[in-house]
Design a protein around this ligand. Structure first.
Ligand code: NI
Length: 200
């Protein structure tokens, strides 16, 4: 007979092994990139900017760094978008003209296209912010293996925050993810990933 404590321990072990599985799965994507990139990640999508629909397929020929976040994010998104903007400043005008960064909100309940557009242009006037219905955004996030979760906040007028993966997906000119830049990388590392994708 299992007592409650044993059941709890089994549950905990199951949760830990699922966690390790997810972690290992994510780590698998961060190994040195194969020449073809990460064909199993992402894929074409269309979401909504404040200037109308934007499809990844419309951006063929450009390198498209994609980041998933939300405009109420207290720090992580700000750090990542600032690093991306700083990385672009390390490239010359001809290189920048071939790069189109996208920011996709995983909090469409609060981030409509107008809000997310205004937010990203604060970091760089060339950034495009995208939103959509929760189903639309969730489908795109899932295709990139982005994990996000609503977390209720007590004692805050914000109501809730969002936990989310913090990875820049560098999509190549052919629409395939070429590299992943993890949170905390320097603008120089991001600039290198962008240059490598421009060359590849
Ligand atoms: Ni964030």
């Amino acid at each position: 007979m299992r007592n409650l404590k044993q059941i709890l321990i089994l549950g905990l072990l199951a949760a830990v092994s699922i966690g390790i599985g997810l972690w290992a799965g994510l780590q698998g994507h961060s190994k040195p990139q194969a020449p073809t990139g990460y064909a199993d990640l992402g894929g074409d999508f269309t979401l909504t900017s404040d200037k109308g629909p934007v499809g990844l397929a419309d951006l063929r020929g450009k390198v498209v760094p994609i980041y998933f976040g939300f405009t109420h994010c207290p720090d992580v998104c700000i750090t990542s978008l600032s690093a991306m903007a700083a990385a672009l400043k390390q490239l010359d005008a001809a290189e920048r003209a071939q790069i189109q960064p996208l920011f996709i909100s995983i909090d469409p309940e609060r981030d409509d296209p107008a809000r997310v557009g205004e937010y990203v242009r604060y970091f760089d006037p060339g950034f495009i912010g995208l939103s959509g219905t929760l189903d639309e955004v969730s489908a795109v996030a899932k295709s990139f293996f982005v994990i996000f979760e609503k977390v209720p906040l007590e004692d805050s007028n914000m109501g809730y925050t969002m936990d989310h993966s913090s990875i820049i997906y560098v999509v190549g000119r052919d629409g395939i993810v070429k590299s992943l830049v993890h949170h905390g990388e320097t603008p120089a590392a991001i600039a290198k990933a962008l240059r490598d994708a421009l060359a590849g």
